[in-house]
Design a protein around this ligand. Structure first.
Ligand SMILES: Nc1ncnc2c1ncn2[C@@H]1O[C@H](COP(=O)(O)OP(=O)(O)OP(=O)(O)O)[C@@H](O)[C@H]1O
Length: 269
């Protein structure tokens, strides 16, 4: 048996957009990668390099021009509508702007409980209890269930977004710039929460960010994306200490943003 237990296998994946009559923009261009169960796969690259497009393809939210995505051994293109909906429950996303990601007219209980109501048809009282459990898992008091997003800080809203993402017990969570809009002073708290949840719930993360310090802190494996292609993939240690591709070296040469409060914790990893 192979030592790696792959959850996501991407093979020769491309997503091209026609721009005008004669030009094709290759947002994702012949990308192959494997994400093992339980690991954090970091995806770095500058704005416009194709990270979000690749994430959407992995989540089955967009259709590739060519190539394939297999999740838990199943090709997304071969699933029928019902199977794809079931598969999508296993794959959740946490987006960049925590406040905008939450419906401001709904209470936290309604927001976190929505996937349980829709996908599991869970009755209200059971839902209320499960929401409180989920809030506890992300470090929020149960009294927050009756509050509205505007009554919470950005970091607290991101915890709510994480609670919603784990509500259906997914296998994979895509974290797309998940701490980029959060106050720098609490980024490390959110990152530590994500690591804690990963250990407890056996989650696999696709961690997308332009912030190298954050990716270094979180990832087991890192892939570097440039103009739609993955130019280098390696273990966190190898990639940050002995980068091989000139573009990776260029990225690393740029001074990484500091990650307050994270350094002492990193030593314990
Ligand atoms: N629907 C579309 N039509 C045409 N071009 C698109 C479309 N969606 C994305 N692109 C282009 O594909 C490229 C990759 O975009 P993408 O959003 O995946 O990059 P990114 O690395 O996630 O950037 P950012 O960090 O800014 O979100 C960009 O040049 C973008 O303009």
């Amino acid at each position: 048996m192979s030592a790696v237990d792959p959850l996501v296998e991407v093979e020769h994946l491309s997503r091209h957009y026609r721009v005008g009559r004669h030009h094709v923009h290759k947002a994702v261009d012949d990308v192959s990668l494997t994400i093992a169960r339980g690991e954090t796969f970091g995806l770095v690259g500058e704005s416009g390099s194709g990270k979000s497009t690749l994430s959407r393809l992995v989540l089955g939210l967009d259709t590739p021009t060519s190539g394939r995505v297999r999740v838990a051994g199943r090709d997304l293109a071969e699933l029928d509508g019902r199977e794809l909906r079931r598969q999508r429950r296993q794959m959740q996303i946490v987006l960049q702007d925590p406040v905008a990601a939450l419906n401001r007219r709904k209470t936290i209980e309604q927001i976190v409980g929505l996937p349980l109501a829709v996908h599991e048809r869970m009755p209200r009282s059971a839902r209320a209890e499960r929401v409180r459990e989920l809030l506890a898992l992300v470090g929020l008091p149960s009294a927050f269930a009756q509050r509205y997003p505007h009554e919470l800080s950005g970091g607290q809203c991101q915890r709510v977004g994480i609670a919603r993402a784990i509500a259906l017990e997914p296998e994979l969570i895509v974290l797309d710039e998940a701490v980029s809009a959060v106050d720098v002073s609490i980024q490390a708290q959110i990152l530590n929460l994500l690591r804690d949840l990963q250990g407890r719930l056996g989650l696999t993360y696709l961690f997308v960010s332009h912030n190298l310090a954050v990716v270094r802190y979180m990832s087991d494996v890192v892939a570097v994306m440039q103009r739609g292609r993955i130019v280098e993939t390696g273990s966190r240690e190898r990639l940050f200490t002995a980068p091989e591709h000139p573009y990776t070296r260029e990225l690393l040469a740029a001074v990484p943003e500091p990650l307050p409060h994270a350094r002492e914790i990193e030593g314990a990893r």
